[in-house]
Write a protein that binds this ligand. Structure first.
Ligand SMILES: [Zn+2]
Length: 454
């Protein structure tokens, strides 16, 4: 049985479905075709759906069952992968899946998301074999642009919304366990808004031997301005920023009790001796349930080595804010703009300030008491014999709230691989035990969803 799923995964890994590399468009299409044919093999209607955004990879949709007495579960994953070259430092060819004697298989996409796709397809295949009738209706929604910001995803899904019919629950197979030893179910991601803070002075770059001491330099203005965005304890200084942040409830606090989180390991993993708080739960909350502001860089500023004496004529600070329930990205963008303009005014500068939104996405906050999490808890309990934990992420996957809204159905994140799998790095891998476990957990969940009273 393992041979089968590993063989399928090996074939899937061999396709170079790197969405950021337009030269691989044909490989990506072949990946979609391969998944489609596999779905058909196991008796699922499957279709290639062209992406509404030009020059992007197609999606794979699938459906099985229309029994209105049963719940309908939609599976989401992405078949595209991050770039990988053996010269990046891989021990083996990233597109030739290799099993080592450490219990893992190595290759680009083994963890993110081709392994989870294999687990899902084989779970359905085995369920069909073992049961005359599936306990649920199934829908498949696989995209090929996730690693490139899911371009065209929303337009394509909205245009083809009718393909899926009624959906009761969304299973997201695109996360990992909480720790290498602790399987988890995911219930949240933060949202994000990203902005460019542009300050324009002289019409071109200047030399400090010419203008130094004679003008207000744009980069000096920008540094003053950016120091007004967040204080040294991480508190965001934008007026009204925290107004809509949901207060912490007792129920939510309880979700942190069962998490095997080591502050020391966290510090070691990022190579730092001190974090903002020495309280481990507070650190997790700062990562997951509290909003924050980060400064990422300055476009236009001298950043090479050596001692160039340029005075940049125009600089653009890159700032993002990770957002949480019930902050609204557009509202935060406005609050930030108002704040930046007011602070800039205080600088009394002849230079010009422009704030440009560079992208935003919603947060997701799932309900851990709904039927999906109930089924997930039972499955993790039964298969891994653990009291499951619920985890969030500080990152952002805006298509989850989008799908919840579009399908009017709740979502759950089911992790298959481990955090040490190196999802976007060299020597990406998945433990065979996790691959098989992921498949079994999906089977138990689907059975349980089918058994739960409507
Ligand atoms: Zn992924």
């Amino acid at each position: 049985m393992n041979e089968d799923i590993l063989d399928f995964l090996k074939q899937l890994i061999a396709f170079k479905s790197v969405s950021s590399d337009k030269k691989q468009a044909e490989s990506s299409r072949q990946t979609a075709e391969f998944i489609k044919s596999k779905l058909k093999d196991i008796g699922i209607q499957a279709d290639i759906i062209e992406n509404e955004k030009e020059g992007t990879n197609p999606l794979v949709f699938g459906k099985l069952g229309t029994d209105s007495d049963k719940k309908t579960i939609l599976f989401y994953s992405h078949y595209d992968v991050q770039p990988a070259e053996i010269s990046d430092g891989w021990d083996t060819d990233p597109f030739n899946m290799t099993e080592k004697n450490d219990g893992y298989v190595y290759g680009r996409g083994t963890d993110d998301d081709k392994g989870p796709i294999a687990a899902t397809i084989f779970a359905i295949k085995e369920l069909k074999k073992e049961n005359e009738e599936l306990p649920v209706n199934l829908r498949i929604l696989y995209e090929g642009e996730e690693e490139s910001s899911s371009g065209g995803f929303e337009e394509t899904v909205l245009k083809n919304r009718d393909y899926f019919g009624k959906v009761d629950g969304i299973m997201i197979l695109d996360t990992s366990w909480f720790t290498d030893e602790q399987p988890s179910l995911d219930y949240g991601f933060r949202g994000i808004t990203y902005l460019g803070v542009e300050i324009e002075g002289p019409s071109s770059d200047q030399h400090s031997g010419m203008v130094g001491g004679t003008i207000r330099e744009p980069l000096i203005d920008l540094i003053y301005l950016m120091s007004k965005f967040v204080d040294l304890n991480g508190k965001v200084l934008v007026d009204g920023f925290y107004d809509k942040v949901k207060p912490l409830t007792e129920e939510e606090t309880k979700l942190y009790e069962n998490l095997d989180f080591s502050l020391q390991e966290y510090k070691d993993s990022i190579g730092i001796s001190k974090v903002l708080t020495e309280d481990s739960t507070q650190t997790l909350m700062n990562m997951w349930r509290n909003p924050c502001l980060s400064i990422h860089g300055v476009e236009g500023a001298f950043s090479g080595s050596g001692a160039k004496t340029v005075v940049p004529g125009k600089v653009i600070g890159k700032v993002s804010m990770r957002l949480v329930p019930d902050q609204v990205p557009d509202e935060i963008t406005k609050l930030f703009t108002t704040h930046a303009k007011a602070e800039f005014k205080k600088l009394n500068s002849p230079n010009h300030l422009t704030i440009t939104p560079l992208g935003s996405g919603d947060w997701w906050f799932g309900n851990v008491n709904n039927f999906l999490f109930k089924a997930g808890k039972i499955a993790l309990n039964e298969y891994w014999e653990i009291n499951p934990s619920f985890a969030r992420s500080g990152g952002s996957i805006p298509i989850i709230p989008f799908m919840e809204k579009t399908f009017k159905a709740p979502a759950i994140g089911i992790g298959v691989g481990q955090p040490s799998d190196g999802a976007h790095g060299q020597n990406e891998r998945i433990r065979i035990t996790n691959l098989i476990g992921g498949k079994e957990v999906i089977k138990i969940m689907l059975k349980n969803v089918g058994e739960q009273v409507q």
